[in-house]
Design a protein around this ligand. Structure first.
Ligand code: SF4
Ligand code: SF4
Length: 198
C-alpha cells in the first residue's frame, strides 16, 4: 500500500493544544458559539472541552481536553460527500462546507472519527470548525484561541518556523494527534507535561 504523503500547501494552518494548560473555563466554547451562532443543544458545537476522569499513579484526576475539527490532510468527511459540499482548500488545508450544496445526508458526520461536525437545523446544512476563516482573513486569530485564558490553544502556520505552533512543536519533548491509527493526518497537535491522554 502506498504511504500517504501530506499535501504541500502555501500555508499549513495548525492548532497546538497544550493540554495541561486548559483550566476548563469554557471561554472558548462560549466565544465559538457566539461567533458562529451555533444553535443550543448538546450535540451542536464546533469546538468543546472534554472532561476526562483519569487515574494516574493511583491518583484520580480530571483532564481537560479541547477538541475541534482537525482539518485532516486525509479527510474522510470530504471523500464521502456525494455533492462536493465538503472540500479541503489546497492553499491552507482548511476543510469547509458549502451550505447550499449540502443535502443533509450526514455521511460526513458518520465518516468523521472525531465527532467534529453537527447538523445545523437553522442553516439546513452540516457545520464545523473552519479555524474561524473570516477572522484569519482579517488578520485575527480564531475566537477560541483569542479567548483561551490558559494559553492552551495556539494557532499558526507550520510552514513558518517562527510561528508559535512551530516553536511549540519544536520545543516539545513529545506531541501527538488524536486517533493516528485512522490515517487522517490531523493538523491539531497535542502536547502536555504529563502523560498523553486520548
Ligand atoms: S476532524 Fe472530522 S470533520 Fe474535520 S477534517 Fe477530519 S474528518 Fe473532516
Ligand atoms: S451532509 Fe452535506 S456535507 Fe455532509 S456528506 Fe452530505 S452533502 Fe456532504
Amino acid at each position: 500500500m502506498a504511504l500517504f504523503e501530506r499535501p504541500k500547501k502555501e500555508k499549513n494552518y495548525a492548532m497546538v493544544i497544550v493540554q495541561d494548560r486548559c483550566v476548563d473555563c469554557k471561554a472558548c466554547e462560549v466565544a465559538c458559539k457566539a461567533m458562529w451562532e451555533v444553535p443550543d443543544g448538546k450535540l451542536n458545537y464546533r469546538t468543546k472541552v472534554l472532561d476526562i476522569d483519569k487515574v494516574e499513579n493511583s491518583e484520580r484526576k480530571m483532564i481537560f481536553m479541547p477538541i475541534l475539527c482537525n482539518q485532516c490532510d486525509n479527510p474522510p468527511c470530504v471523500w464521502v460527500c456525494p455533492t462536493g459540499a465538503s472540500y479541503k482548500r489546497k492553499s491552507d488545508g482548511i476543510v469547509l462546507v458549502t451550505p447550499n450544496m449540502c443535502i443533509g445526508c450526514k455521511a460526513c458526520m458518520e465518516a468523521c472519527p472525531y465527532d467534529a461536525r453537527y447538523y445545523n437545523e437553522e442553516l439546513g446544512a452540516v457545520d464545523k470548525c473552519t479555524f474561524c476563516l473570516p477572522r484569519l482573513e482579517s488578520g485575527l486569530e480564531p475566537a477560541c484561541v483569542q479567548t483561551c485564558v490558559g494559553g492552551s490553544r495556539n494557532f499558526g502556520d507550520l510552514n513558518d518556523p517562527n510561528s508559535v505552533v512551530s516553536k511549540l512543536l519544536k520545543e516539545a519533548t513529545n506531541y501527538w494527534v488524536l486517533k493516528p491509527e485512522d490515517g487522517t493526518f490531523p493538523n491539531d497537535f497535542y502536547i502536555s507535561n504529563s502523560a498523553k491522554v486520548e
